[in-house]
Ligand binder design. Structure first.
Ligand code: OSB
Ligand code: MG
Length: 378
């Protein structure tokens, strides 16, 4: 695969409803999309960074800059045998996993299309249908939260994740548990607590949660390893895990028992697969997290969720929960049993709606392998 051209587009899309977490409220998205062309075949990826550095340190704009200035020059004109090789070329760039993942995942799409295979098969996926949960943003009060849970369960979703923050935590989750005694429930704190809050966090043990996600700081494995032995509820790490070494450290020091894998946060499929394999070898479940993606990122999340270690329902849900009109055809749909049937067309398996993307584009940059210019790398 010769990496001939990278086209970055930034689009703007309104969410159907605001999404509140402990770190802020999102109403609309500014998303960078990656199109990479190799030997005349296009592949698509999505930068899953948020607009501001409040979930992790990357943003739409940092990813844009790093892709244009540092990542594109490392790869344009290079010939690779398989998408799995591109991470080697990107080694000089430290961090910026979401920027790297946009390119890496798009190259996997290219490779799958070139081989005439659905991407999930190329990855080694084993399940033709994946289990879906939802992530519910923080609601005004327990009444609204219960109504929201009720709606999602009616739509078939298999587990409910409730976002929490100080002041909207134990009582909110307890109210849901009281109303829905058999439902698979979990809570996600997005780093809103400290080890000093252990007494409060222990009280969640009474609510029979599948897990509590990322209670402590985004980069703090050590204090999670102090917290986990104090809780019956398994800790699941999200923000803390940026690469396979972090996953090994986290399980090794007992900082968590479950890992949420996000393609962007770990730099793409090569790392995601390594984490999945490592966790499977240790008997630790993994599941696929979400970043309010468009259909392009969503299609990649579906492909990854077919890997054998993804034994728990992920935050991969229907396009219509987020967008009035998605960027792919058909849109992602969830069955009444709360599953997504994985598609069998080559690549990501969904058609990319180029016209719609062009209509939504607010800036665009096309980068080609030309005669070497000023080298900014290393
Ligand atoms: O912590 O999993 C998270 C959204 C944005 C940033 C972080 C998170 C989330 C979600 C939403 O929980 C998942 C989704 O539905 O895409
Ligand atoms: Mg999370």
């Amino acid at each position: 695969m010769k990496i001939d051209e990278i086209i970055l587009r930034e689009i703007e899309m309104r969410l159907r409803a605001p999404f509140e977490t402990s770190f802020g409220t999102v109403r609309g998205r500014r998303i960078a999309l990656m199109e990479v062309r190799c030997d005349g075949v296009s592949g698509w990826g999505e930068v899953t960074a948020a607009e501001g550095p409040f979930y992790n340190s990357e943003t739409t704009d940092t990813a844009w800059t790093v892709l244009c200035k540092f990542i594109a020059p490392l790869v344009l004109g290079q010939n690779i045998r398989a998408a799995s090789e591109v991470m080697r070329l990107l080694e000089p760039v430290r961090g910026h996993e979401m920027a790297k993942a946009a390119l890496e995942t798009a190259l996997w799409d290219v490779e799958a299309r070139q081989r005439g295979l659905p991407l999930w098969k190329l990855l080694g996926g084993t399940r033709p249908e994946i289990a879906c949960g939802v992530s519910l943003g923080i609601q005004r009060d327990t009444r609204e939260l219960i109504a929201a849970v009720e709606k999602e369960l009616k739509d078939g979703y298999q587990r409910i994740k409730i976002k929490i923050k100080p002041g909207k935590d134990l009582d909110f989750v307890a109210a849901v548990r009281k109303q829905f005694q058999k439902t698979k429930l979990m809570a996600d704190a997005n780093s809103a607590y400290r080890l000093a809050d252990a007494e409060l966090l222990r009280k969640f043990d009474a609510l029979d949660l599948m897990m509590i996600e990322q209670p402590l700081e985004w980069d703090d494995l050590y204090h999670h390893s102090k917290l986990q032995p104090l809780l019956k509820t398994p800790i699941c790490l999200d923000e803390c895990i940026h690469n396979p070494d972090h996953a090994e450290a986290a399980l090794g020091m007992g900082a968590c028992r479950i890992i949420n894998i996000k393609l962007g946060r770990v730099g793409g499929y090569a790392h995601a697969k390594q984490i999945e394999e490592f966790c499977r070898s240790r008997g630790a479940p993994v599941w696929c997290g979400g970043m309010l993606e468009t259909g392009i990122g969503r299609a990649h999340n579906i492909a990854m969720s077919t890997l054998p270690g993804f034994v728990l329902p992920g935050d991969v849900s229907a396009s219509q929960r987020y967008w009035n009109e998605d960027l792919i055809e058909p849109e992602v749909q969830v069955t009444p049993n709360g599953t997504i049937q994985v598609r069998t067309a080559p690549g990501i398996g969904y058609a990319v709606r180029r016209k719609r993307i062009e209509q939504l584009t607010t800036r665009q940059e096309t980068l080609r392998a030309v005669n070497p210019r000023l080298s900014v790398a290393g």
